[in-house]
Design a protein around this ligand. Structure first.
Ligand code: FES
Ligand SMILES: [Fe+2]
Length: 398
């Protein structure tokens, strides 16, 4: 069950979310949306060129911090998690002191995967020849060790990967100039908004993975605008939220969006003290690929729907890790059942609606006529900023 929310954080969170709701109501009343300065053209090659995809994996996914999970995915000493969507298999382990270590899941003996299932344990034993490592990656058991005389045992530990845990998020970074990750530097002004969410107390409810036959950017782009709600989701999301109205906050590389939900209008004329407390806080986007949807179910309460979209093995495939968390409070079994249903609903909508259109679009972009470019409207402001950030990083690397 969840831990209690910090009252001071609750106040800050509510203030932040109420401010967002005031702006959302204003946009709903005037039937307008936040807009960028001008439309923007996108070269389809960024979605289809395998060379670009290779450079992008190194520059974007290996060269910067990426969220591998939330703190309470591995809450106790000895808890571990595999994270293989960046390419190499990574192993995240909480050690005896409660600190998270990350390693290549690569045996120093002959390269087997040391961990293949993630049950809690006090040491890790490779299934190939039973070399055993402690939770800090040190080799502590080596059957037939006389066969390896002459090699310093301290050279035979697991290979560490930079890792940092902050605001309830666990970041890893595969390469780059600096050996350790400065989360506050990476998040900048966005850090305080994330701190309000108390993600360190968010308990996992359900997780799943969705494959998509489209580039990770095509798939991820479907999370960043509400322009398509009525047309693509007439029976699902389109029933719950308004189309083509968005509030956008830019935090450098990161951002926050809010889409108006239908029931907002029900309390538009009410005093704020009468507003429902389980509030909708919008979508928190951590660059490059993470969306935390702070949402609620009427009569149940708030949940966090987390989507992370990663490149697949080919330029035209991607993998989405979808996970649902309950925020800092104790949910009942009924609440948990409802959040689980919501998880399945989101998975169904994403798979059958967003990712189906993504697959078709990807195929078209692969065969796009010479000179064709997609266009992002002024109303697709979040996508414009995100693509500009991506272009900027990629052009520095190329
Ligand atoms: S490969 Fe791991 S013990 Fe041999
Ligand atoms: Fe959608």
């Amino acid at each position: 069950m969840g831990s209690a929310a910090d009252p001071a954080m609750e106040v800050l969170r509510r203030e932040s979310h109420y401010a967002l709701r005031r702006r959302t109501l204003e946009r709903m009343r005037s039937k307008t949306t936040d807009l960028d300065a001008a439309p923007m053209r996108i070269d389809p090659a960024v979605y289809t060129d395998p060379d670009y995809a290779r450079q992008e994996r190194l520059a974007i996914f290996h060269g910067h911090p990426v969220v591998a999970g939330l703190s309470r995915d591995i809450p106790e000493p000895g808890d571990m998690m595999l994270f293989d969507v960046l390419g190499p298999s990574l192993l995240l382990v909480r050690n005896k002191a409660g600190v998270v270590n990350a390693f290549r899941n690569l045996c120093p003996h002959r390269g087997a995967k040391v961990v293949t299932d993630c049950s809690r344990r006090t040491r890790m034993t490779c299934r190939f020849h039973a070399w055993t490592f402690d939770l800090d990656g040190k080799l502590i058991g080596q059957p037939g060790k006389e066969g390896f005389e002459g090699i310093d045992r301290s050279d035979l530990g697991l290979i560490p990967v930079p890792v940092a845990e902050r605001y309830g998020l666990i970041f890893v970074q595969l390469s780059g100039e600096r050996p350790d990750i400065d989360v506050d530097d990476w998040l900048g002004d966005f850090a305080s908004e994330l701190a309000h969410l108390e993600l360190d107390k968010a308990e996992p409810v359900r997780r799943s993975e969705i494959g998509c036959e489209a580039n990770w950017k095509y798939a991820l782009d479907t999370y960043g605008e509400s322009y398509h709600f009525a047309s693509l989701h007439p029976e699902t999301i389109g029933q719950l939220a308004y189309s083509n109205i968005m509030i956008y906050d830019n935090y450098g590389l990161h951002s926050r969006l809010a889409f108006p939900r239908g029931e907002f209008m029900d309390y538009a004329e009410r005093d704020e003290s009468d507003w429902p407390h389980t509030n909708y806080g919008g979508l928190y986007n951590i660059f490059p690929n993470m969306v935390i949807n702070v949402n609620s179910i009427a009569g149940v309460g708030q949940f966090y729907g987390v989507s992370r979209v990663f490149p697949g093995d080919t330029v035209d495939s991607s993998r989405t890790l979808l996970s649902t968390y309950q925020p800092a409070h104790a949910g009942t079994e009924i609440d948990i059942a409802r959040w689980s249903e919501m998880h399945d609903f989101i998975q169904r909508v994403v798979t059958e609606e967003d990712y189906s259109v993504s697959r078709d679009g990807q195929q078209n972009l692969t065969w796009a006529p010479e000179g064709y470019q997609t266009v992002l409207g002024r109303n697709e402001i979040a996508l414009q900023h995100w693509h500009r950030n991506l272009n900027r990083i990629m052009s520095n690397k190329r």
